[in-house]
Design a protein around this ligand. Structure first.
Ligand code: HXC
Length: 260
């Protein structure tokens, strides 16, 4: 894709990114590093982070890795502490860690429902809560990765729909409560994005062509589309944008084509 932004728009910033090793959020993390941010990336398994660390270091960026489960508050508190010790501050927090699988509501166990809510919603709260003091200090910001599944209704996705509706509520609440501390809180709701783990799990290949025809812009999204939205929201270009979840879906959800 052609160069869109000026160089180094995040120079000197420190970004703490959960789920930052792979997928959409991995792309966002790499894009931040390409724009001069120093990264701390967090995942349950350190091996999920190694490829991203190598990629970032190969172009001269800095990447600190921490293994922590967003469901465990103490582990996240510790990851935040280690990041502040390592870089001296945190300016941007991205909540990208997420769980997903397809399951009909009448087959889903209470623990299956709760597991996804714990990862997506409680995990987002945990990371926001644990980073509050650091963000207050830096007048930083939070970017929550959401979805459009819950705008209408998405069969087989009751757990993720409920979880992401909760994430959107967190975005709105914290933008109001923490805006007064100079902390901006926004979200991005990606639509159908190709080449992601989520799409591989959720989309049967034969459905892809059918779905493509229904997307108003006539194509699947690319991880780069989400990277660009994330760069805009976290840059000074969006310094008066607070409490928004920016939908990046080619207009799909308006036609009820968010997934199938
Ligand atoms: C039904 C399932 C299931 C499945 C797990 N469970 N997988 N139920 N169908 N395929 C149930 C289990 O039976 C169990 O309940 C409970 O969930 C917890 O499962 P565990 O495997 O013990 O949990 P854990 O190891 O913590 O793993 C949770 C996980 C995780 C959610 C399955 O492994 C995961 O999310 N992996 C995928 C990560 C991923 O794809 N991330 C990208 C998300 S994309 P019982 O009752 O049996 O104990 C995204 C975008 C959404 O979020 C928008 C898309 C358009």
């Amino acid at each position: 894709m052609d160069k869109i932004f000026a160089d180094n728009i995040l120079q000197g910033k420190v970004a703490f990114v959960t789920g930052g090793g792979t997928g959409i959020t991995g792309g966002v993390a790499r894009a931040f590093a390409e724009q001069g941010a120093k990264l701390a990336i967090v995942s349950r398994k350190i091996e999920n982070l190694e490829a991203m660390k190598a990629e970032v270091e190969a172009f001269g960026g800095e990447c600190f890795t921490v293994a922590a489960d967003v469901r465990e508050y103490e582990a996240i508190e510790n990851a935040i502490k280690q990041t502040v010790e390592h870089y001296g501050k945190i300016d941007i927090v991205v909540n990208g860690a997420a769980g997903n699988f397809l399951c009909a509501a009448d087959q889903l166990s209470p623990n299956g429902f709760g597991t996804v809510v714990d990862i997506d919603t409680k995990g987002t709260f945990n990371v926001c809560r644990a980073s509050f003091e650091a963000l207050k200090e830096s007048k930083g910001q939070i970017l929550n990765i959401s979805a459009t599944l819950h705008y209408l209704a998405t069969p087989m996705q009751i757990h993720v729909s409920a979880a992401k509706a909760g994430v959107d509520a967190i975005t709105r609440n914290l933008s109001v409560e923490w805006g007064r501390h100079g902390i901006r809180v926004n979200g991005i709701a990606p639509g159908p994005i190709e080449d992601t783990e989520g799409m591989k799990r959720l989309l049967m290949p034969e459905l892809k062509e059918k779905l493509t025809r229904k997307i108003p812009l006539g194509r699947f999204g690319r991880i780069a589309d989400i990277e660009n939205a994330a760069l805009f929201l976290t840059s000074d270009a969006a310094s008066y944008v607070n409490g928004v979840t920016l939908v990046v879906d080619g207009g799909s959800w308006l036609l009820g084509t968010s997934l199938t």
